[in-house]
Design a protein. Structure first.
Length: 145
């Protein structure tokens, strides 16, 4: 299970766990450009909402169930001023907007002491109307080419 303690320096260029090849191409462009603004990254961070009644009597089964239903933030950029939750997507669409809004809502439940300074869609393409909606929702859109 990935947590915020599992950090990688901004100079690391390996492929993050669970990041598809098309998204990884976008991520590589980001790291070589605007990604230099952050010092570290955490990848594939599970969010469970930190609550809910036990679904299984057995603690191991409960933990397994929580891992299966967890939502996963693609990347979290880390710097002294706070964290930026990132959804990385080749050709971002409505799904990226919805996922990031969900992550923004769930994150404080799992990490109540962390400061989220922003939420960003990192992409190589996005429809102008979808971008406008994302920005009205307070999401950053970081376009890389």
């Amino acid at each position: 299970m990935a947590t915020l303690a599992d950090r990688f320096p901004a100079s690391w260029r390996g492929r993050p766990p669970a990041m598809p090849a098309g998204d990884f191409s976008v991520w590589s462009l980001f790291l070589d450009g605007p990604g230099r603004a952050w010092r570290e990254y955490a990848y594939d961070i599970e969010l469970t909402g930190a609550a809910g009644p036990p679904l299984a009597a057995d603690a191991i089964m409960q933990a397994t169930w929580m891992r299966l239903i967890a939502k996963r933030v693609d990347a979290i950029a880390i710097r002294a001023s706070g964290l930026t939750l990132m959804e990385v997507r080749h050709n971002a669409a409505w799904q990226s907007v919805g996922q990031l809004i969900g992550y923004r809502d769930l994150f404080p439940l799992d990490y109540p002491t962390e400061i989220v300074e922003a939420c960003a869609i990192v992409t190589d393409a996005i429809d102008p109307q979808i971008r406008a909606v994302a920005e009205r929702q307070g999401l950053l859109v970081m376009l890389v080419t």
